[in-house]
Design a binder for this molecule. Structure first.
Ligand SMILES: [Zn+2]
Length: 101
């Protein structure tokens, strides 16, 4: 019985840690998206950071097609939504954790 309880809280800790890791991963990606300008080619959606795109004279390194500025606002919104989702999952995990004790 003691062991079962111990394992239960350990599992909960691991899950909480995982959500925290995912949360900070999302934070980092959001920062990355916000602080960079991206360019892409229509042929195969290659994505270039501004620095790389200018290095290739704004043409795709594979097909030579011209690169277009890519608005990543949608991607950032998507990431922010994911972050909210993970936060609420993390919270419900806490609720579950306290309920079982
Ligand atoms: Zn391409």
């Amino acid at each position: 019985m003691y062991n079962w309880k111990f394992d239960q809280s350990k599992v909960s800790d691991i899950i909480n840690k995982k959500y925290k890791e995912l949360g900070s991963k999302i934070d980092k990606t959001i920062e990355y998206e916000k602080s960079n300008m991206f360019f892409s080619c229509k042929t195969n959606n290659h994505r270039y950071k501004f620095e790389k795109a200018s290095e290739y004279n704004f043409s795709c390194s594979k097909f030579g097609e011209s690169l277009n500025y890519q608005d990543n606002a949608d991607i950032i919104v998507d990431l922010l939504n994911k972050k909210v989702k993970y936060k609420s999952l993390n919270k419900s995990q806490h609720k579950y954790h306290s309920y079982t004790h």
